[in-house]
Design a protein around this ligand. Sequence first.
Ligand SMILES: [Zn+2]
Length: 96
Amino acid sequence: MSKFECDLTADLLPVYLDGKASPETVAYIQEHIKACPQCRELYDAMAGEIKIPESPVVINKKIRTPKQRMWRFVVIYCLIFAALVVGVSTILIWGI
Ligand SMILES: [Zn+2]
C-alpha cells in the first residue's frame, strides 16, 4: 500500500462511516481496508468512536451518593412522622 492510498483512505473514512460516500469510494475503502492492516485498525478505532452511545450521562444521573440516599431517607421518614402526628392529632381532637 502506498502512503498516498493510506492518506486518501484516512481522509475518506469519516465520509464512509457517515454513509455519505459514493459507491466508488465505498468500494475503494472496503478493498483497501481488507488489504491494509494499518487502515483497518484506523477504521476499527473510528467506527468504535462513532458507536459509543451517550448513555453514560444518563447512567450517572441515576447513581446517588450515600449522602443523597441518606437525605432521601430523612425526607421520607419526616413525611411518615408528619402523617402520624396529623393522624394522632385528628384522633385526639375529634375523640374518635
Ligand atoms: Zn492503508
